[in-house]
Design a protein around this ligand. Sequence first.
Ligand SMILES: Cc1cc2nc3c(=O)[nH]c(=O)nc-3n(C[C@H](O)[C@H](O)[C@H](O)COP(=O)(O)OP(=O)(O)OC[C@H]3O[C@@H](n4cnc5c(N)ncnc54)[C@H](O)[C@@H]3O)c2cc1C
Length: 413
Amino acid sequence: MRRLLVLGAGTAGTMVVNKLRRRLDRPDWRITVVEPSDTHYYQPGYLFLPFGAYGPRQVVKPTAPLIADGVELVRGEVDRVATAENRVLLSDGRSLPYDYLVIATGVTPRPDQTPGMLDGGRWRRSIFDFYTYDGALALRDALDRFDGGRLVVHITDLPIKCPVAPLEFAFLADAYFRRRGMRDRVELVYATPLPGAFTKPIASARLGSMLDDRKITVEPDFLVERIDGTTLVSYDEREIPFDLLVTVPLNMGADYVARSGLGNELNLVPVDRHTLLAKGHDTIFALGDANDIPTSKAGSVAHFSVEVFTGNFLAHVAGRPMTGSFDGHANCFVESGDGRALLVDFNYDTEPLPGSYPVPALGPFRLLEDAAVNHWGKLAFRWMYWNVLLPGRPIPLPAHMSMAGKHIPKPEE
Ligand SMILES: Cc1cc2nc3c(=O)[nH]c(=O)nc-3n(C[C@H](O)[C@H](O)[C@H](O)COP(=O)(O)OP(=O)(O)OC[C@H]3O[C@@H](n4cnc5c(N)ncnc54)[C@H](O)[C@@H]3O)c2cc1C
């Protein structure tokens, strides 16, 4: 019997085991997934928790029922992969052998990596994050208490999961303070290491003008070196004082990745960007946020890449070449406040462009356009996540990005 071992039962790990359980014969294949948490978190919902738009119960479900019958769920934490012995060691001393390994342990925010962020005594008092469940809930209470001043939304460095989420937070904060009748008492600042609002020029121009319209000041090219009390200080000695800081700490892969000699400086696993096979290995893949592919770290990427990976994996274990090629396809809804959102759809080679998705001309979603239909799409995505994506059910959307329905804007557009 051959053994497939998957590390992490988050978005990617859960989809992989559920899809492959249907495709790999039970007598021939044992599938095991390792996960320390009893709870599965719907992370895109963290954005809505601070504003009270979602309650805590809307973003969690127990882990075990999400895993298909016939998959062994091991509750534990990976300590090290012993690649030379094809074994994974858990922190409680157990050892799990594998023939094929999938690393899907994602990335986590690391406030400990910026001097003064965690150790300056202000963590969860005037410095908050919304990239964790506890952080998003603590921030909800802090926003409730906030009676005015300078609120800085800040990205420490890239890559981060869902790189549009901090922008969405800024847009939602603007709408939230307007609703509370106190927007004139809040100065909103967006501090980013990027030269503009987003990584790619057309989307950056659109999103940048939306920040301007909402009187949110952008502080570009801001690379934080430390936090001194209630001031962000950059490497080039610029200073941004704050009353409330909403930061996205450095996102890093799990420490065991480094201990196992499988990671880069951010503990991300270098992979072939088309097959997701770990460089220098023939039996180890890294899926979802855990790898170093140059596209967004997003649930949509996990989903599209798992589609391609599944076919490739079946070919690979049968000794055939992997012919599927992942193109970096990502799409993300961008909440803009007041019940509206944009949608971006792109891949390794094509930046987000205007148009319609998924059906050319008909949509219903509007690419790079601020529209109510996109907001409804974002809300519907939560249902899709629990009921279609995690169970690994097929959805009628191609894994590869399509140019149909997209157009390159003229300079005046
Ligand atoms: C605020 C926010 C908003 C977002 N919005 C969107 C969005 O709108 N659209 C979108 O597509 N994506 C969005 N995302 C990103 C999306 O949630 C992630 O990209 C996706 O969850 C990645 O899946 P993953 O399986 O790689 O990692 P995860 O889902 O994070 O799963 C990793 C799993 O590994 C486990 N693990 C970690 N360390 C170990 C260890 N040592 N041993 C064993 N297990 C371990 C963890 O417990 C976890 O269950 C958002 C993320 C955040 C934080």
